[in-house]
Design a protein around this ligand. Structure first.
Ligand code: KIV
Length: 281
């Protein structure tokens, strides 16, 4: 049932408990954030995927904390109801607890997020604990973690098909839960493993390329809207905005070249005749 009340972590837990799916999408700007709230999306992530989708980088690795804060502030201004998460970019949390708390703190104090997300499993459990102790809610992210793409066999490599990696991912999820993470993203893992992980933790799991049995579903909005140019097995394109926008841009160009836009009657401002007469040579 849609209400105007702000989404909270206890509500996300209640949704898991009653089997109601949680929806989560990325946003990088104010107008998209406004539409997210209007559509009733419960969780909005300012993902470091802003790097590929908006900033023109080839991966998420070059994205800086300052860039993330800039986009997160814009999204914050557009949201009233959705739960807002800021994604910690590569090397903004990996060095030390102090570094992670300082940088995550900036997401809360300067950009007004409700929580941060960071990539990593068991090896990040102590970091998550330190953040939680500092009063910062953390969403984990395991499976295919784009910031470590080269270590994981390249972009798009499905994780956990073999027993050893599957056991690692199960352990990662339990370690993050024990450390106090309030939720975990499961990216590109086989659906039966995602189902197993979802059943073995009490915190909500958010799948992307992890099948239908996670507690919620997250996608990159540019994939949903047909703006990324990607055709991904695990995503669903609901509209082809690239074609729509390109068509509109071409139509504008044709109108201007053909002198059909602007017209005096429809798109221009008049002025009093007597003033005009005074100006004429
Ligand atoms: O940056 C991002 O968009 C993400 C999602 C894929 C979960 O981390």
């Amino acid at each position: 049932m849609a209400t105007d009340k702000k989404i909270t972590i206890p509500q996300l837990f209640e949704m898991k408990a009653r089997g109601e799916k949680i929806t989560m999408l990325t946003a990088y700007d104010y107008p998209t954030a406004v539409l997210m709230d209007r559509a009733g999306i419960e969780v909005v992530l300012v993902g470091d995927s802003v790097g590929n989708n908006v900033l023109g980088y080839e991966s998420t690795v070059p994205v800086t904390l300052e860039e993330m804060l800039h986009h997160t502030k814009a999204v914050r201004r557009g949201l009233k109801r959705a739960f807002l998460i800021g994604d910690m970019p590569f090397l903004s949390f990996n060095v030390s607890h102090e570094q992670a708390i300082t940088n995550a703190g900036r997401f809360l104090k300067e950009a007004g997020v409700d929580a941060v997300k960071l990539e990593g499993g068991e090896e990040m459990a102590e970091r998550v604990k330190a953040l939680e102790r500092a009063g910062i809610a953390v969403m984990g992210h395991i499976g295919f973690t784009p910031q470590r793409a080269s270590q994981l066999g390249g972009a798009g490599h499905v994780q956990g098909r073999d027993e050893e990696r599957a056991r690692e991912l199960l352990k990662d999820a339990r370690s993050l839960e024990e450390a106090g993470a309030f939720s975990i993203v499961l990216e590109k893992i086989p659906w039966p493993l995602a189902e197993l992980i979802t059943k073995s933790v009490k915190i909500p799991t958010m799948g992307i390329g992890a099948g239908p049995y996670c507690d919620g579903q997250v996608l990159v909005t540019h994939d949903v809207l047909g703006l990324s140019g990607l055709s991904l097995k695990f995503a669903k394109r609901y509209v082809d905005l690239s074609s729509t926008i390109e068509g509109a841009l071409k139509a504008f160009k044709e109108d201007v070249k053909a002198k059909k836009f602007p017209t005096v009657e429809e798109h221009s401002f008049s002025m009093p005749e007597d003033v005009l007469k005074k100006l004429a040579p």
